[in-house]
Structure formats: structure tokens, C-alpha cells
Design a protein around this ligand. Structure first.
Ligand code: 13P
Length: 248
């Protein structure tokens, strides 16, 4: 299974700071080829320039943080999957908990985005994760199962093979509270079980996200169903991000 470490920069950094961080990552990567694939998800406004900068680098790819599901048209402020595809963007994060909570994105929206991305040849990184009270009242497995099945509604096994998953327990995002390595592995194995039981591809990468840092990445990535990480805060410093990528 391929190993992936993805940095979700969220809405951080002005243009100069973002370009500097990308340069630092490129410099340290080009001198050290690695079997770990890096994915950077910068704010959308930087994607065009970054895609030119990364054109010749195979082990660093770009992801959008969000997309709209319709074909081009009268949707002021939105970005379409075909626009991403025309820039050669390979991945797009979908259904991040911040979008579900702050921007009221529903499971149906996530499903429409996944379908539109696949139509345009972009691999979705689908984020799923339970809230703190759902973990506390032990409904977390049901919540995750529902999110998986809703995201893949109407998709074939072959289409599901193009999807990447990010298990991001919402209570661990930006809180400094990480899921234990056991909790992460347990949920990743459960995700594969649900995919298998429903006839979907089980060999797609499942990343862990939520307060993943250089100090805890190795332990978390030790789980046999943990194929990497989706990193927020720690992806904003080149050293931390690269240290996490070297944690397998
Ligand atoms: O939301 C995340 C990645 O998408 C995780 O964020 P943190 O690593 O800052 O907790």
C-alpha cells in the first residue's frame, strides 16, 4: 500500500509565506527521493502557480481543499472540478469536518462532489470522523459507517478504488488531543470492513488526521491499516511536515 502524507494548509499564510514554505518542501524533497508521497493542499488561490512549480516533481502532488460539484456556470465564488483538472490537480479534499460544521456541507454534497471529481479524473480524499459526544456515547462506528456509505452512494467498485480516505476524529482536530494509535488502527480496520461488506474497493489508502505531529506520527503510522496522515497545523512548518513524512 502506498504511503501518503498530506498537508492541509487550510486558510493560512499569505502568498509570500506560502511560496516560501512550498520552496522549503521542494528543496528538501528533491535532494531526497522517498517512497512516501507528499500531497500539499494550499488555499485554492495558490494552486495555479504551485502546479507550475511542481510540474517536474513526481513525489509531491497538489490537492484542492474543496470544490463545487456542478459543471461550469453561474455559481459566483465557486471552483469547478474541470477547472482543477485543467491545472493538473490530482486530488481534492472533500467533506472536511470544518466544511461540514462551518459551511453546513451535507453527506449528499459530499457524494455529489466525489462523483464530479471522479468524472474529471481527480481523486477525492474523503474526510470522515465522529464528534466528541458520538465517541463518548459509543455511536462512533455507526457515524463512520453512515458517512462512508453516503459518500459512495451510487458508485461502482472500480470508482471506489480511486478514493482516498482520511479518518479525522473531530475531537482531535486542532485540539492537541490525538486519537491513540489503537483507536486509529481500530477505526481504520473498521473502515476497510465496511468497504468490503458493501462491495467497495478495500485497497485504497486511509490516512489519519487530528493533531498528528512529529512526536506522535511514528506510533500512529505503525497501525497496519494506517497508510499515512492528513496534517493540519504541523504541515505549516517544513521541518515538522517532513519529519512526519519520515516517520514510517
Ligand atoms: O484537520 C486536519 C487536517 O485536515 C487536522 O488538523 P490538525 O493537524 O491541526 O489537528
Amino acid at each position: 500500500m502506498r504511503k501518503i502524507v498530506a498537508g492541509n494548509w487550510k486558510m493560512n499564510m499569505n502568498y509570500h509565506e506560502a511560496a516560501k514554505l512550498l520552496d522549503e518542501i521542494i528543496i528538501s524533497r528533491s535532494s531526497k527521493p522517498d517512497d512516501v508521497q507528499l500531497i500539499i493542499a494550499p488555499p485554492a488561490i495558490y494552486l495555479s502557480e504551485f502546479s507550475s512549480a511542481l510540474r517536474d516533481l513526481e513525489n509531491i502532488s497538489l490537492a484542492a481543499q474543496n470544490v463545487y460539484h456542478s459543471d461550469n456556470g453561474a455559481y459566483t465564488g465557486e471552483i469547478s472540478t474541470s477547472m482543477l483538472s485543467s491545472l493538473g490537480i490530482n486530488y481534492c479534499i472533500v467533506g472536511h469536518s470544518e466544511r461540514r460544521t462551518l459551511f453546513k456541507e451535507t453527506d449528499t454534497d459530499v457524494n455529489l462532489k466525489v462523483k464530479s471529481l471522479l468524472k474529471d479524473g481527480i481523486q477525492p480524499i474523503i474526510c470522515i470522523g465522529e464528534l466528541l459526544h458520538e465517541r463518548e456515547n459509543e455511536t462512533h462506528f455507526q457515524v463512520i459507517e453512515k458517512q462512508i456509505l453516503a459518500a459512495l452512494e451510487g458508485l461502482s467498485e472500480a470508482e471506489s478504488a480511486k478514493v482516498l480516505w482520511a479518518y479525522e476524529p473531530v475531537w482531535a482536530i486542532g485540539t492537541g488531543k490525538t486519537a491513540s494509535a489503537e483507536q486509529a488502527q481500530e477505526m481504520h480496520a473498521f473502515i476497510r470492513k465496511i468497504l468490503s461488506e458493501n462491495g467497495f474497493n478495500t485497497q485504497t489508502p486511509i490516512l489519519y488526521g487530528g493533531s498528528c505531529k512529529p512526536g506522535n506520527a511514528k506510533e500512529i503510522f505503525g497501525g497496519k491499516d494506517v497508510n499515512g496522515g492528513l496534517i493540519g497545523g504541523a504541515s505549516l512548518k517544513a521541518n515538522d511536515f517532513l519529519q512526519i513524512a519520515n516517520s514510517f
